[in-house]
Design a protein around this ligand. Sequence first.
Ligand code: NAD
Length: 504
Amino acid sequence: MQETLKALSISDVNPGGFAGDWMGGGKHQTVVSPVNGEKLAAVANVTPAEFDTILGKCHAAAEAWKQVPAPKRGEVVRALGDELRKHKEALGMLVSLEMGKALREGLGEVQEMIDICDFAVGLSRQLYGLTMTSERGQHRIQEQWHPLGVVGVITAFNFPVAVWSWNTAIALVCGDTVLWKPSSKTPLTAIACTKIAETVLRRFGYDPAICSLTIGKGSEIGDLINTDPRVALVSYTGSVPGGRHVGKLVQERFGRQILELGGNNAVIVSDKADLDIALRTIYFGAIGTSGQRCTSTRRIIVHASIYETFKQRLLDAYRKTSIGDPREAKNLMGPLVDPAAVDTLLAAIETVKAQGGKLLIGGEKLPLPGGCYVTPAIAEVSGNLDIVKEETFAPLLYLMKYTTLDEAIALQNGVPQGLSSAIITNDLVESERFLSVTGSDCGMANVNAGTSGAEIGGAFGGEKETGGGRESGSDAWKAYMRRQTTVINFSGKVELAQGITLDI
Ligand code: NAD
């Protein structure tokens, strides 16, 4: 543990604010590992006055940064990716220690950071605008893209480093600066990443405030970000209630926003499915990251003719789940993030039962150090009960039955959230129907691949209460820039649009 902290320059007490200088005059917070309940380190939160200084410096840094040519900005992001490669083992371990996910998932998360840097480097030589034909002779119309300024990146605990990098790598090549407010549950990984970015920016001679950090209470520091017009774009990843609050405040000042909120992801298992594929994708989708991914599989909708068979296979797999210290390779499931998350799971199970569901397996608190370990649960339900419509951010999987594909799609779509979805089938007609306009209503719809996880190349995000935002891959970069439509007249005379003539 000490070796990991040392490798990432984490001290006993760490200032939680950065904009060229480190600062932290606010309350001290002790960070305890859910892995064993031991203290990792302490963080000194920023005060509102320090926040103002940090944002001021980050805002000022944007002025020079936006004038650096995009391919040169890409060189910085390439170096950031290289630095992350060097720190992959330590950072992956810190993710595991601070948040509790299995070490191989922690390492996978850092790999995603590296991959998005590569993606962004390529992007730095693209950022294409369109040209259009003009209705006027010897005129040209084009669209060009300019940086926005400061991007406020507010992140959730469950991907403590990847979400920052998805936003930051893209924002940097787009010419924006980044002000990061991480979850108070995972401040140490944020400090480690900011130190890595600081090293790179200093090496290139750029203002390190380009990657600023502000750690503090969400309701206090978060609201300062939401309401300050110097933050051009707020990219918020978190729960639906949180997003509803942030969305209103940012909209009120006509700021831009990317909302990446909760999911309630279902897999339809058809009677034409390969059940081995179904079992593997659903099992890992439900228990990976201890059910704490926004894309975790939370509901499975199984054809009545294979329901009992599939249920027994799934229960057998659940019985074999190895749970324990996430640093040990044999353990697929580590702890939940904190004891409160355990209470949330146990309370949800009681509510499921009260609403008519039946607990088939799991949902027990394990007597392991730290008090955050549980067995993953499956509950059988008759459909989307009220509790099923909510995202319980824990390993609780709902199992339900269908007979027609229409019914399965209605169940899949019958929740307020719309992040990720999947169908397991070898029937072309079924899969096409699932992907069609009358199929899944989610931002992500997969065939013979699970709901959980995403490749960085595709735009990531969801519909309905998931917020509609898209970050990272594909053309999501456009959300980090402002579009300017330009008319250039090289005719030597004035020709007005819409055929208007002037007699002057
Ligand atoms: P959360 O909503 O509790 O917190 C998210 C962030 O919001 C934290 O940094 C928190 O400090 C901050 N915050 C709190 N009050 C704020 C305020 N007034 N203004 C601004 N920020 C404020 O979420 P969590 O428990 O950390 O993460 C789990 C949730 O995040 C789940 O719902 C999960 O589905 C969602 N999530 C979504 C995605 C996605 O891409 N769709 C990805 C990861 C997590």
